[in-house]
Write a protein that binds this ligand. Structure first.
Ligand SMILES: O=P(O)(O)OC[C@H]1O[C@](O)(CO)[C@@H](O)[C@@H]1O
Length: 226
């Protein structure tokens, strides 16, 4: 499994990148607004993220028609070679995904909740598909089992004829709220988990690690003083 950081915060991205395990970044309009982002600074901000991170950086289009999404997507793709255009899973979005993918622009289909949505996204040329886990849990449904169904259904078929350069479509477990969501997503075979910085920090921690470290350091002091 690969890890993407789910944030638009440059400091969080720099910090996570320094840990050596970060493969990419996902942003969305909410995350950009959370850092006080301005409309005319959006492209520059994505460019700065792309300078920090080598891997795919998802930037979302907020356009609602096929042609507007395509126009938006082309502009976003010009920012840097590692930009992935994020598009909502809806009819206009699928059509735009097909067109952008045919032009060699990688697309991440977002707001994906079901197997049929994911299959359509894959056939429309999506390079990444983002099934949401936490938002299902929010409405008292089982987000992880929905994710598992998407992973199984997508892996049952080969979509490489539909994607840019024949690359394999990858499933991004999105709307991740806990380290356990990451564990379960990995066991189900999701290719990527996009995680908020808070979850990434929790993924590193375990009380037994802390306790073990404390006792090793204490015992080493004995060695040093012997
Ligand atoms: O439900 P949340 O925590 O707002 O997460 C929404 C998800 O949507 C995305 O835009 C999908 O890629 C991610 O940025 C995020 O994981």
């Amino acid at each position: 499994m690969k890890f993407f950081l789910d944030t638009a915060d440059l400091e969080e991205i720099k910090e996570a990148a320094s840990w050596g395990a970060l493969a990419g970044v996902t942003t969305n309009p909410t995350l950009y607004s959370r850092i006080g982002g301005k409309l005319d600074g959006f492209h520059d901000h994505i460019a700065r993220i792309c300078e920090i991170v080598d891997g795919p950086v998802s930037a979302e289009s907020v356009a609602m028609t096929r042609d507007e999404i395509i126009r938006d997507g082309r502009e976003l793709a010009k920012i840097a070679p590692n930009v992935v255009v994020k598009i909502p899973t809806m009819v206009e979005g699928l059509a735009a995904c097909r067109a952008l993918s045919d032009e060699g622009i990688r697309v991440n289909m977002t707001l994906c909740f079901t197997v049929p949505q994911a299959i359509l996204a894959a056939r429309a040329g999506a390079r990444y598909i983002s099934p949401f886990v936490g938002r299902f849990d929010d409405i008292s449904e089982d987000g992880l089992s929905q994710l598992g169904d998407v992973v199984t259904a997508i892996n049952n078929y080969d979509y490489s004829a539909n994607t840019v350069n024949g690359e394999q479509v990858e499933i991004i477990a999105a709307s991740i709220r806990s380290a356990n969501h990451v564990t379960q997503s990995a066991l189900m075979g999701a290719d990527i988990a996009t995680v908020p910085f808070g979850v990434l920090k929790k993924m590193v921690q375990h009380p037994l690690t802390d306790r073990g470290l404390e006792s090793f350091l204490k015992d080493w002091e004995k060695v040093a003083n012997a």
